[in-house]
Design a protein around this ligand. Structure first.
Ligand SMILES: Cc1cc2nc3c(=O)[nH]c(=O)nc-3n(C[C@H](O)[C@H](O)[C@H](O)COP(=O)(O)OP(=O)(O)OC[C@H]3O[C@@H](n4cnc5c(N)ncnc54)[C@H](O)[C@@H]3O)c2cc1C
Length: 372
């Protein structure tokens, strides 16, 4: 297993359950924590339960959350947003999901930090991996769960350009130290304009996270800027929650400033090398299903290996056949959801406004009027 993220740890738990002895190599010197807002939809919760980690997962959606649509002058109205979607995703941090998996992993896998694969060859006896620390070892199966810019994918399937599909959007996300002034701690805030948006996701027991998402013509050029400069150029002069969120970036201990890209592949395994999670099918954050499908894919892999313990080729083929329709659907839906997060043009913004305001009218319950 390469990568100690959601997919790597979930796969280690599932493979251990199928009678395998997983080894995880992680490039970072230690396990990461924190991260950003992640919503878990019912299929992800089901997969987490199957992996035995749902009970350990810290779910943080405020029970009484409300969503506000805000404009750049600060005007607001009740609306609906990510947390109000069908299925009511549970709000967590990526670190919460990973911590639950880490605790579930316990002694089921050997974990080696500060190591990365540098070469992978395979024959009928196994997959032979050379590592960055000079070591080399053979395995029955190598799982690349090393994220969007996967090294395993590059070594075994070819260069990134063959598989990455840019979406011309950039995100910057980080934890705020408190709620945007004037809002309650449980408020979800959405400021959505054509080409740029700011979302604030609330938790019941920690300050919210901010997510800036915007469209650009030249993603490479944008990512060469410092996040604060890039956001100031794009959001400067706007009111509402923007000044507070921009100021908070200065004090944020970490932020993720990155492009949004899908990974599209015709095959996720080749011989004894298999890709899982973002490495195989990154859906983009807009889908809201990346962590969920990482765990679903891992659980399904455990099932396939259990069902075909003596025929690895058949097990991997069956796993891929089972996963592909689900992943394909989420990849397509992600483009539509992306327009909901940050519309790419005024027309799509108008459509979004119409759909969201009609749905909000139906879904937002009016306070009961007491006649006494
Ligand atoms: C802003 C944002 C919001 C999101 N919101 C949601 C959401 O609401 N719901 C949802 O389900 N999903 C969401 N996602 C997606 C979800 O976070 C990812 O799909 C998921 O975390 C991917 O897990 P992974 O294990 O496949 O990859 P990663 O999280 O990328 O983990 C890869 C691991 O591999 C390690 N690694 C990388 N290269 C190497 C190497 N060469 N050698 C060894 N180790 C290596 C990395 O250090 C890392 O630990 C969101 C993503 C973002 C960015």
């Amino acid at each position: 297993m390469v990568g100690l993220g959601v997919a790597g740890m979930a796969a280690a738990i599932a493979l251990s359950g199928a009678g395998w002895k997983p080894v995880i190599v992680e490039r970072a010197p230690q396990r990461r924590t924190g991260g950003y807002f992640v919503g878990l939809f019912p299929p992800g919760k089901k997969a987490a339960a199957r992996l035995g980690v749902l009970e350990r997962m810290h779910l943080r959606t405020p029970p009484d959350h409300r969503t506000w649509a805000v404009d750049a002058s600060g005007d607001r109205r009740r609306s609906i947003g990510f947390l109000d979607q069908p299925g009511h995703p549970e709000g967590t941090m990526r670190g919460d999901v990973e911590a639950a998996l880490w605790n579930g992993l316990a002694s089921h896998a050997e974990v080696r930090f500060g190591v990365s694969p540098t070469a992978i060859a395979q024959d009928e006896t196994g997959a032979h991996v050379a590592f960055s620390d000079g070591g080399a070892e053979s395995f029955d199966l190598v799982i690349g769960a090393d994220g969007l810019r996967s090294t395993v994918r590059r070594l075994a399937f070819g260069p990134d350009e063959r598989y990455l599909r840019p979406t011309n959007s950039v995100i910057c996300t980080y934890a705020l130290t408190g709620q945007v002034p004037g809002f309650s701690g449980s408020d979800q805030i959405a400021l959505v304009e054509p080409g740029r948006a700011l979302w604030v996701f609330p938790y019941r027991d920690r300050p919210p996270t901010a997510l800036f998402a915007y469209r650009v013509d030249d993603v490479g050029l944008e990512l060469r800027k410092k996040p604060a400069d890039a956001l100031a150029a794009r959001y400067g002069g706007m009111g509402g929650p923007v000044p507070y969120a921009l100021a908070a970036l200065r004090d944020a201990p970490e932020c993720l400033f990155d492009s949004v890209q899908q990974v599209r592949m015709r095959r996720w395994h080749r011989g004894r090398v298999l890709l899982l999670g973002d490495a195989a099918w990154c859906l983009t954050l807009y889908s809201g299903m990346g962590a969920s499908t990482g765990m679903m894919g891992a659980a399904a892999l455990g099932d396939a290996l259990t069902a075909q313990p003596l025929d690895l080729t058949a097990a991997l083929r069956d796993w891929e056949r089972r996963m592909r329709p689900t992943i394909r659907a989420h990849q397509l839906i992600a483009h539509v959801k992306g327009e909901g997060f940050v519309p790419s043009n005024p027309f799509n913004h108008g459509v979004r406004h119409l759909v969201v305001s009609q749905a909000a009218k139906l879904l937002i319950r009016k306070p009961a009027i007491s006649l006494s």
